[in-house]
Design a protein around this ligand. Sequence first.
Ligand code: HEM
Length: 393
Amino acid sequence: MPDSQIRTPVFEFDYIADEGLLADCHARYWELKESAPPVFWTNEHGGHWMCNTAASVTKVLRHPEIFSSRFLSIPPNPDQPKMIPESLDPPEHRPYRQLLRPFFESKAIAPLEARVVEWTDELLTETAAQGECEFVSTVASRLPVAVFMELFGFPMESFDEFRSLVTTFFSVRAAPEERAALAQEIMGHLAQLIQSRMAEPKDDMISKIIVSEIDGRKLEFDELMSIGFLMFLAGLDTVTNAMSFGMRHLAHDEALRQRAIDDPSIIPDMVEELLRRYAFVATPRYIVQDTELEGAQLRAGDCILAPLPLIGWDEKLNEDPKNVSVERQFYRHAAFGSGIHTCLGLHLARMELIVFYRAWFSSIGHFRQIEKGDESCRGGSVMALENLHLEWT
Ligand code: HEM
């Protein structure tokens, strides 16, 4: 590599398969924050930069003119289909975001809450009787699928078929070819739904998006597919992971469990604090202008990964950030991102989590984790907990 292309400082870190990350992704990112340079270069996955401070993550998220979302993977994949609106930069991003925002505002989400309460109660009544469960597959991966299907307009008769597709698609063990085939199958279901709603609209989100206009025109079929597939990717696995990491913490925090049982009004604060402490997205950006970040010289054409937990873990933003406390005045974090791509589904996600914890603490109460040796994490840009065995009496 000629001198002008040397990237420093170098610190080797594999954001997908680092051993420490697979053992416990939050512990490993915390260790990295304490031991690696503020911004560094790693040669893994074709070579890329890593943000390692809250300030560098904020700068990356707030400057889409330098840090583009056009490739949401490292290494960048030029064949990646457009994911509307997440892979769009300004000015293209804005009209799509404006079109979608009304469907995700709290008042649009509120009517769904009664149904979420119903599914949650039904599922937890079944689970409670068992006295133990592998939480990720039995509970955390089920609720968000039902919510997504109902919200978007999928017929609930296909719940079991759809859920099994989703579970295998997001599974750590799925091989890339298997995942690609499942993506095709999911796209097939989506295409069928969009076509049927184009012919005969109903009272669901997809029918409303179909009749909406952007710059004086209706969306093309491909744009509808892109939005649908992104909702699927963005809205299912994420809620599952937030629940799993949150419950793992609670299994070891008896005092907080007791507080949630005695006073369920603390649950919204608890949800926010668990999201802050256990944020799990590390989002990639593609650099389109040479720039300097925390002393490192970044070049157009390089990629950078911005781990979002770093914002909530910054001592300047949250006192004693390692500690989980519902006494904070503010819960400053970026679990849902920051800047123009801030999660559209955040009200929905918070509602699902609040409903879930209320139902769990009122129907099951205290619980313990049983270690079975298979509790590893999935690395990458959306980190996950693979298994979480819980028991209660
Ligand atoms: C706890 C659950 C969730 C978390 C932690 C989460 C996190 C995020 C993050 C970090 C981003 C920004 C990514 C980036 O900047 O590259 C994002 C974007 C997005 N999320 Fe979520 N998400 C969650 C749930 C949901 C749900 C339930 C939906 C909808 C069904 C959703 C829909 C979206 C969409 C559409 C975007 C793209 C917004 C844009 O580009 O303007 N998310 N999410």
